[in-house]
Ligand binder design. Structure first.
Ligand code: HEM
Length: 255
């Protein structure tokens, strides 16, 4: 039977486990520069094959699925707000296909991405287990208790964000800096000890994809469309997102 997302996820995990279990001894034996070889070398004897495989699977998901969810959120809001799409496109068009420094200059796009993942956080809940009895704001939490930290909710609190449900990328401008009102107001990359190690790289990946899309395509959504977000895994529009993408006229004319 292959009917549920849960079943497909388990099958995919088994396949990845098999593939990586075969790859680890090969990676250990060579002096490669790929991620698995470097991890195997650095870990030495401290991590067994099973642990290396689990780390690799975690990193693939932590890196790929989050970046995809962030990109989808930004594509969605740019489809809903053509004025921001035009503004970001003008910024992209002002430079050549960007290198690292060029990506850093795309400030409008950066504000758009930050606002998109504030409203639709790729990883809106972080899970922790209390290692000892503790108390937070008068609530007793016994050792062993699982705790959900809902950063996605913080990002919509009216006491932290004016008009929290409005798409307003300027919140992240230097002049307003609404994300700075509290350390945990904006935490799509987590916070503290386990804050995302790929934050800058992830933002660059999303920027690179959106920059390329803006240069080549216009996209629109049906009027008044609101995505039915599904949170079974990372957020994704349950209807597949009815986006219409058109190649840019300038490109069709060959200019
Ligand atoms: C937009 C993209 C991304 C988002 C929204 C995101 C989000 C997050 C969040 C919320 C956490 C904290 C999890 C927790 O505290 O339980 C995290 C941790 C982590 N992320 Fe990302 N991430 C992104 C991209 C990436 C990329 C590109 C990589 C790797 C190249 C990566 C690797 C990791 C790793 C290894 C951790 C675990 C850190 C630790 O436990 O010390 N992430 N990420």
């Amino acid at each position: 039977m292959d009917s549920t997302a849960w079943h497909r996820a388990h099958r995919a995990r088994r396949q990845l486990t098999g593939l990586l279990t075969r790859a680890v001894p090969v990676a250990r034996a060579r002096d490669g520069a790929d991620f698995l070889s470097v991890m195997s070398r650095v870990a030495g004897d401290r991590l067994g094959t099973r642990q290396l495989v689990d780390h690799m699977i975690f990193t693939l998901i932590a890196s790929h699925d989050t970046t995809t969810a962030a990109t989808i959120a930004a594509v969605y809001f740019l489809g809903k707000h053509p004025e921001w799409q035009d503004r970001a496109r003008a910024e992209s068009a002002a430079g050549a296909a960007p290198d690292l420094a060029g990506l850093d200059r795309l400030n409008t796009l950066e504000m758009i991405i930050k606002e998109s993942i504030r409203l639709v956080s790729p990883s809106p809940i972080l899970l922790r287990r209390a290692v000892r009895d503790t108390e937070i704001e008068g609530h007793f939490i016994p050792a062993g208790q699982l705790v959900s930290v809902c950063t996605g909710v913080n990002q919509l609190l009216p006491e932290l964000w004016p008009e929290p449900h409005r798409f307003d990328p300027e919140r992240f401008s230097a002049a307003r800096a609404e994300d700075r009102v509290h350390r945990l107001a904006w935490a799509p990359f987590g916070a503290g000890q386990h804050k995302c190690v790929g934050m800058r790289f992830g933002l660059l990946k999303v920027k690179t994809t959106l920059d390329a899309m803006l240069r080549r395509f216009d996209w629109t959504l049906p009027p008044s469309y609101e995505a039915p977000w599904r949170f079974t895994s990372l957020p994704a529009p349950a209807d597949g997102l009815p986006l219409v993408m058109r190649p840019r006229r300038e490109r069709r004319a060959g200019s």
